[in-house]
Design a protein around this ligand. Structure first.
Ligand code: CTP
Length: 408
């Protein structure tokens, strides 16, 4: 079930006579999907187009049709029907019902409820284009707007009567959006809304020749999880990812790269940013003079000498940017011994703000595994986090980042 601004809201849907009434069945479903309660009133005209049984089955409520029904009035009077709703929605609103509403008539259940209500009313006109264009309808429409009602549509297009023009009832999702605008609870502002983050993830591949490369065992799980967690807190996220087998995290822009040099270029292109998290296991070295053709054995039995050169340090480069340095630059320190000690000196050496240090030694299962045991090192000191799934580390880190920006 989708839960958003209409969850728990009570909607009284009045379905009047018109072929567009079939779309109101879908409207009921869309509203229920969003957690709203829907109670329906079917006019005599509406009942010519959709059956009370379909409306009752979809709304999971009794359907109300008669003003003078002793049963309906004793169980749920017309006044209570409107008082118990947060909003009244008239869809379709026929020319006839609009005329009654504008004139203040109350000769059936729907018009009586509309006259008796103190709730906001949204109406979705639907009729033949000539009826819509008639001065009487235009007058009635304007009167309803002047009375404080809200209209949605009608749209243009092919009409069921075979003519083309204005008069189509708005689509169910457009009506849902209009109801949300009228009475929906605004989504709470997310803590990283308006912030931009760049996250590096995965290994890099450094080409030896067109078919071979140097790489490492990083899976990218931690970096991808961080990108997703930041996006869920509202940040705009660019994920610069080395080769991996992971699904792209939702709501994140992914830039796929292979080498460290490409990773740096992609990060620079994604700047400026408020937050940079370097979670990638960047290869420290690349092969000097990558061969343009596949290297062949020369028959001498001697392996080729691979000369290496140092790669650019992405974390260090971003940490030392002069002008436009992101406010919060976070690195990882994958260590196999003296984890905290090495990480603290890495914080100083790289010039970043925080370091997430983890023990990747043999037997820890961190590289490629699902769990991680980390220490967060900041200027304030060292926090030891308990062993958690990489997803949970990501969520905890994203929340710490949000706290940092929230406490400014
Ligand atoms: N890093 C980077 N660019 C590099 C190397 C590392 O951005 N060329 C980042 C990593 O993403 C990580 C941090 O620097 O956030 C530390 O990476 P790590 O491999 O642990 O450290 P190194 O810089 O390789 O240092 P050392 O060789 O001393 O372990």
């Amino acid at each position: 079930m989708q839960t958003d601004g209409l969850s728990g809201k009570h909607i009284l849907l009045i379905i009047s006579g018109g072929i567009a009434a079939y779309k109101s069945l879908d409207l009921i479903r869309r509203l229920k999907e969003r957690g709203a309660g829907v109670r329906c009133v079917l006019t005599a005209g509406g009942a010519q187009f959709v059956t009370p049984l379909s409306v009752a089955a979809l709304s999971e409520e009794a359907v109300f049709q008669d003003l003078f029904s002793l049963k309906d009035e004793s169980e749920m009077g017309h006044i209570r029907l409107s008082r118990e709703a947060d909003v009244l929605v008239v869809a379709p609103a026929s020319a006839d019902l609009m005329a009654k509403m504008a004139a203040g008539l109350a000769d059936d259940l729907a018009s009586t409820i509309l006259l008796a209500t103190d709730k906001p009313v949204l109406f979705a006109p639907a009729m033949n284009t000539r009826m819509w264009d008639h001065p009487a309808t235009r007058r009635n429409f304007q009167t309803l707007l002047d009375d404080g009602l809200t209209a949605i549509g009608p749209g243009q297009g092919d009409l069921a009567c075979g003519e083309v023009g204005a008069g189509r009832m708005s689509e169910p999702l457009e009506i849902v959006a209009a109801i949300e605008a009228l009475i929906g609870d605004a989504a709470p502002e997310l803590p990283l809304q308006g912030r931009k983050a760049i996250v590096t993830s995965g290994p890099t591949h450094e080409a030896i020749d067109p078919v071979r490369y140097l790489a490492n065992r990083s899976s990218g799980k931690q970096g991808h999880a961080i990108a997703g967690a930041l996006a869920r807190l509202g940040a705009e996220v660019v994920l610069v990812a080395g080769p991996n087998n992971l699904a792209d995290p939702g709501g994140v822009t992914v830039r796929a790269i292979e080498s460290a040099a490409q990773m740096l270029a992609a990060c620079e292109a994604a700047l400026p940013a408020d937050i940079v998290v370097c979670a990638a296991a960047v290869a420290d070295w690349r092969v000097a003079g990558e061969a343009q053709q596949k290297m062949k054995k020369d028959g001498s039995g001697q392996p080729p000498a691979l000369a290496l050169v140092e790669n650019p340090d992405i974390l260090k480069t971003i940490s030392h940017l002069n002008g436009g340095r992101p406010e919060l630059v976070i690195g990882f320190a994958a260590e196999t011994e003296k984890v905290v000690q090495h990480a603290q000196s890495k914080l100083t050496r790289k010039g970043c703000d925080w370091i997430v240090a983890n023990d990747v030694g043999a037997g820890t299962g961190v590289m490629g595994g699902d769990d991680n045991t980390v220490h967060l090192i900041t200027a304030q000191g060292v926090e030891d986090w308990p062993t958690m799934a990489k997803d949970a580390v990501a969520v905890t880190l994203a929340e710490r980042i949000a706290d940092h920006f929230g406490s400014e």
